[in-house]
Design a protein around this ligand. Structure first.
Ligand code: HEC
Length: 217
């Protein structure tokens, strides 16, 4: 599970993602009429914002490099090889959340693990936007009222050829998937399809009391 992408490449990725995010926030705002996160003074410090973007690029690269180790293998993936792909990505997502005080989830309309179902209206709107706009890689949204004060970063997950071993046709799914995920919906994907998204909620711990003071003044 070593990760060798050079920092330069990541920085370039992060920058292009930041640009796309701005476009994304604009588009989503135009559609939903929600507050424009980029215009309001962001309640979360900018270092955390760029850290979240880079962390999700790394997480996505981790899955792609793990899945690519299966390419060219003739034997069907077993429970052991499965443990080397999406399960560790999910565990890494949770660990990134714990390390930073964020909540990091993978979510999808067609999910395999029911923990990854879409959780609220905002997630449904964002996944719908990613569906309709394949050019949007990531975007920010203000936290929902249930979440409290903070920002959420969403980053798309696309299907690449190495995913097909386990997310292709229903009949071609490996036996361990059929057995362990009786309510599986995560099949019949094609290369280039939207598979789901990463959802990162960054709560605002520091500036929340100050914001409240300003409001009551
Ligand atoms: C070896 C089989 C295998 C391969 C290859 C694979 N996946 Fe998965 N995928 C799974 C399994 C099993 C789960 C459910 C994991 C869990 O229980 O959290 C899953 C879950 C996911 C999830 C979380 C949402 C959900 O449906 O639960 C995403 C997103 C995902 N896969 C994307 C991909 C992408 C993108 C690729 C290719 C880069 C890929 N997968 C390749 C087996 C695989």
């Amino acid at each position: 599970m070593t990760f060798t992408t050079p920092l330069q490449r990541l920085t370039r990725l992060a920058l292009s993602t930041l640009l796309l995010m701005l476009v994304g926030v604009g588009l989503l705002t135009a559609r939903t009429g929600t507050a424009l996160a980029a215009e309001a003074s962001p309640p979360v410090d900018s270092a955390a914002l760029s850290k979240a973007v880079v962390a999700m690029e790394q997480l996505d690269q981790l899955r792609i490099s793990l899945a690519s180790t299966l390419e060219g293998r003739t034997e069907e993936p077993t429970i052991e090889t499965m443990k080397e792909v999406c399960k560790p990505v999910g565990m890494r997502a949770i660990a990134i959340g714990k390390e930073n005080g964020w909540q990091v989830r993978q979510v999808a309309s067609k999910y395999r693990n029911p923990d990854h179902a879409l959780a609220n209206a905002q997630e449904r709107q964002v996944i719908d936007l990613f569906h309709r706009h394949p050019e949007i890689n990531g975007l920010w949204e203000p936290a929902t009222s249930e979440q409290g004060i903070g920002l959420s970063y969403y980053r798309r997950i696309n299907v690449v050829p190495s995913c097909m071993a386990c997310h292709g046709t229903k009949a071609s799914r490996p036996a361990f998937v059929r057995e362990n995920y009786p309510d599986d919906k995560a099949f019949n994907f094609k290369v280039g399809d939207l598979r789901g998204m990463y959802a990162v909620f960054i709560p605002d711990k520091q500036s929340a009391p100050a914001t409240l003071v300003n409001v009551s003044d």
